[in-house]
Design a protein around this ligand. Structure first.
Ligand SMILES: [Zn+2]
Ligand SMILES: [Zn+2]
Length: 392
């Protein structure tokens, strides 16, 4: 076993304890007051300078050593999801309807483990910024921290983050250069017709018929407008209309999401979505209002930093345990905002591939504590190599 992993694994019980405590007390985006306080107190106990309230509930730890002006940023996310946990183990959620179903409890713990090790060993020359962000799950925590002058106050030459990956064995990493995860948009299409008696359609304009024609026609955008060599998905995930058997409603609403790997494709889909909705509604005599908003840019790893991150992973677990060309991921990730501001890399860390290994966002998910020393060791070796002490 790599020496850094072995040193950190000596504290496995302590790390697992932290992780399970956070798991038992999940907090939604921008409500992470207990988690942020726990992170801040722990960083202070390691002798790390702490800044609270960056992007509302975000926390930044600053660790200087030596004289070098070089800097590196490490990022973890702290928020949970509005899911009712199905697990029955002792560290299950104490907060009904909230759950760490994406493993951010593990991400926070791995970065705390790295902070503890780096503060104790200080085998580097420069400044480390430990960034604990709130509200990764669609509420814009990364943007809130950046708007709060994150990189102005805590400059980072490069930045690194990770997400656990179920179905990838513990002891394996996946690192992809360039686009890795899709950008995401959400949309609402509000159709207004003319309500009528269900038996007298001629006296109204049926918004349900308009909505289903819009829904069907929207499925031609990816198949007919997006170049076939590009990758995109458009899903209608909600359709709402009506309350009674004998009433043609006045309005109908369609909602959904679009994922794509480039801003050009996202723009193209947004333009076509509006044109289709307006054109179909007009053809059928209804009015329509479209709100199409891009919430996440694609997650794009700087090629040089991806090479660096892969070499750190290879040092820890061997090159044959580092997946270098993993499939593109259609989900989105808030860290993309930080990667747009600072070159860096987002990696995946194996969370276990045993039979029945549970996917994230499932009510039976749990972060695998066996991965904690591996993720912490990645952060530690990233710092020790990026900020290698210069020869005297
Ligand atoms: Zn998630
Ligand atoms: Zn997540």
């Amino acid at each position: 076993m790599h020496e850094t992993i072995a040193r950190i694994a000596e504290h496995q019980a302590e790390l697992s304890g932290w992780r399970r405590d956070i798991h038992a007390h999940p907090e939604l985006g921008f409500e992470e007051t207990r988690t942020a306080a726990l992170v801040a107190e722990r960083l202070e106990s390691f002798g790390i300078e702490v800044h609270r309230g960056i992007g509302r509930t975000g926390v930044v730890g600053v660790l200087h050593h030596g004289r070098s002006p070089r800097t590196v940023g490490l990022r973890a996310d702290m928020d949970a999801l509005p899911i009712l946990e199905a697990n029955t183990f002792a560290h299950r959620s104490r907060h009904v309807g909230r759950m760490h179903a994406c493993g951010h409890d593990g991400h926070t713990t791995m970065l705390l483990g790295a902070a503890k090790h780096l503060a104790a060993t200080r085998n580097f020359d420069g400044t480390v910024h430990f960034i604990f962000q709130p509200a990764e799950e669609g509420l814009g925590g990364a943007r809130a921290m950046i708007d709060d002058e994150l990189f102005g106050r805590f400059p980072c030459e490069t930045i690194f983050g990770m997400h656990n990956r179920p179905k990838l064995a513990v002891g394996r990493f996946a690192v992809r250069a360039g686009p890795m995860m899709a950008g995401g948009a959400f949309f609402d299409i509000d159709v207004t017709g003319v309500g009528a008696h269900g038996a007298r359609p001629e006296s109204g304009i049926d918004p349900v018929m308009v909505a289903v024609h819009i829904a069907a026609t929207l499925q031609t955008i990816v198949s007919r407008n997006v170049p076939p060599v590009e990758t995109a998905v458009l899903s209608i995930t909600q359709i709402h209309a009506g309350d009674a058997y004998n009433v043609i409603p006045q309005t109908a609403r369609l909602c959904g999401t679009v994922r794509a790997f480039s801003a050009d494709v996202m723009d193209l889909i947004g333009r076509n979505l509006k044109r289709v909705a307006q054109g179909v509604a007009q053809a059928m005599g209804a009015a329509v209002a479209v709100d199409f908003r891009v919430d996440f840019p694609p997650t794009i790893n700087d090629p040089a930093q991806a090479e660096f991150a892969a070499s750190v992973c290879a040092e820890l677990v061997g090159a044959d345990h580092v997946l270098r060309d993993p499939p593109l991921i259609m989900a989105s990730e808030d860290f993309s905002f930080m990667l747009n501001a600072v070159p860096g890399c987002f990696i995946n860390i194996g969370n276990g591939d045993v039979e029945g290994a549970c996917e994230v966002h499932n009510p039976a998910y749990d972060f695998n504590d066996a991965a904690l020393p591996l993720g912490a060791a990645f952060f530690v070796r990233t710092v020790e190599r990026k900020l290698a002490a210069s020869p005297a």
